[in-house]
Write a protein that binds this ligand. Structure first.
Ligand code: GTP
Ligand code: MG
Length: 194
């Protein structure tokens, strides 16, 4: 599968806002700064599609990108941003809850984890939520390029152990910077897009 076209099709600022046209949706969640927007840009081979930043808290709305005029990649604001004001945290929770509660055709939830570090309590909370919804769920262990070869296997196992993932949840080692894992994730998206 190839991404031939990626179009920004708008941001939702309110809880139940939806894009005008209904298509299958692939949702990207994860801590602020883990690389959700960078990963979307890597998949689409366009560094300017989703806005990224070295500082956490860049994506603040729910952004839809229409791929091949067939399905959406959805860039969601990150969690776990320590400096966020209480009002900001509440806004994030409402936006996320609104996104997942609103009737839409979510095919796969992709949770990004920074594989350099042990998954956080927030990561576990989110993973548990999606395990319970029984929606197809995959974990992407991002920032692979920052690890030594000898660390990779152990860190992937740590993601599995801390998040208590069952064997049917794939963990894809990924680098939004270098492109490792891209084909595996695209294949998984394709498998759920039909
Ligand atoms: P929020 O929008 O705040 O939720 O963050 P985000 O998850 O969208 O992160 P973003 O894509 O903006 O990336 C944050 C920083 O991490 C940027 O400086 C990226 O260049 C960097 N980054 C993202 N993915 C990778 C990766 O795989 N490897 C490396 N080395 N850096 C990465
Ligand atoms: Mg972002």
């Amino acid at each position: 599968m190839k991404i031939a076209e990626a179009l920004f099709s708008g941001s939702s600022t309110r809880i139940s806002e939806k894009p005008k046209q209904k298509f299958p949706e692939f949702a990207f969640i994860g801590r602020s700064n883990v690389g959700k927007s960078s990963l979307i840009n890597m998949l689409c081979r366009n560094k300017k599609l989703a806005m990224t930043s070295s500082k956490p808290g860049k994506t603040r709305l729910v952004n839809h990108f229409l791929i091949n005029r067939e399905w959406y990649l959805v860039d969601l604001p990150g969690y776990g941003y320590a400096k966020a004001a209480p009002g900001e945290k509440r806004r994030w929770a409402e936006l996320m809850e609104g996104y997942f509660k609103t009737e839409r055709d979510i095919r796969l939830v992709v949770q990004l984890i920074d594989m350099r570090h042990k998954p956080t309590a927030d990561d576990s909370t989110m993973a548990n939520f999606f395990k319970n919804t029984r929606k197809p769920f995959v974990v992407v262990a991002n920032k692979l390029d920052k690890l030594k070869k000898s660390e990779i296997e152990g860190n992937i196992q740590r993601v599995r152990d801390v998040l208590e993932l069952s064997d049917d949840v794939p963990v894809i080692p990924f680098s939004a910077e270098k492109g490792e894992g891209k084909q595996q994730l695209l294949d998984l998206i394709l498998a759920h897009s039909e």
